[in-house]
Design a binder for this molecule. Structure first.
Ligand SMILES: C[S@@+](CC[C@H](N)C(=O)[O-])C[C@H]1O[C@@H](n2cnc3c(N)ncnc32)[C@H](O)[C@@H]1O
Length: 268
């Protein structure tokens, strides 16, 4: 089924807005912030570095490139005008950040001009992901760094027992939202084929807690799409939504997914 992230700029406005809201919720989730800190702490940049995030969404991870990783200037490239407008609004306080509507496969940036390229939950959504990696190789300076972080989404689960009725909801969401489900497990051969020297592939566990705000965006969006596909009536969707909300209110919601990160270097 079609992954809305694969052509988000042309998706319905309601879909783009729901995804922008989900990215905003995810970006401030403490466990997500901790994972970003963990893999970004492996990156060392030269002074005056120029960093690019491909697939920058609402810009929170591009911001990390300046505030956490120490780039002097960071550019976010994103095909959705709605996401880009929101990124500009969120981060207008930081002059070192710039956001452009564009395509990671054809950035228009010069050869050997960038110190760091970041892809944070991008590649699993892009048909022809190898073209994005090739473009990163082209624009990076010799010795430049490619950082990739992506969902290992087949690990996603909310089940707290056999035949848990919420489980197919999140499995459905992964099925309709992730174009390249297995690609993150094949990052090492993917970046090696483009000429990069790969570092260690690392796994990061994400467990929802508190109000499970990000997991609830996953469940909400799945229920909306299941209704539009005729799989659920509004009453059925409401029942599943209240099941998730009740588990959260009673502090017995479980939501887990694993992510993978890889830092690679362009030789030179
Ligand atoms: C899951 S979102 C991640 C956004 C951001 N990196 C974050 O973590 O908050 C994936 C983003 O990649 C963008 N994207 C998809 N295909 C792209 C392409 N060919 N070039 C650049 N961005 C793309 C989508 O529009 C979407 O905003």
């Amino acid at each position: 089924m079609s992954d809305p992230y694969a052509d988000l700029g042309n998706a319905e406005e309601t879909v783009q807005t729901a995804i922008a809201d989900a990215m905003d919720a995810r970006s401030v989730d403490p466990a997500q912030v901790a994972m970003r800190h963990a893999y970004m702490s492996e990156i060392t940049l030269p002074s005056g570095a120029f960093a690019v995030e491909m697939g920058s969404g609402t810009g929170h991870v591009t911001r990390d490139l300046v505030t956490l990783v120490g780039a002097e200037h960071a550019l976010g490239i994103e095909p959705s005008q709605i996401m880009t407008d929101r990124a500009r609004q969120h981060h207008s306080d930081l002059a070192a950040l710039e956001f452009q509507v564009g395509d990671a496969k054809v950035t228009g940036l010069g050869d050997d001009s960038v110190d760091l390229v970041l892809m944070h939950t991008l590649l699993c959504h892009v048909p022809g992901a190898e073209d994005v990696v090739t473009e990163a190789f082209r624009i990076l300076k010799p010795g430049g760094i490619l950082a990739v972080f992506d969902g290992d989404y087949d690990t996603t689960t909310v089940a707290i027992g056999d035949f848990d009725p919420l489980e197919p909801v999140v499995k459905y969401m992964i099925d309709v939202n992730v174009h390249n489900l297995w690609l993150p497990r094949k990052l090492v051969p993917l970046v090696s084929a483009a000429g990069f020297i790969p570092g260690q592939l690392r796994a990061h566990s994400y467990l929802a807690h508190g109000d499970a705000a990000y997991f609830m965006t996953v469940i909400d969006r799945a229920l909306i799409r299941m209704q539009s596909e005729g799989l659920l009536t509004p009453k059925g969707a409401q029942g599943l939504l209240s099941e998730a909300q009740t588990r959260i209110a009673e502090n017995r919601f479980y939501g887990f997914m694993s992510y993978l990160s890889l830092i690679a270097t362009k030789p030179g």
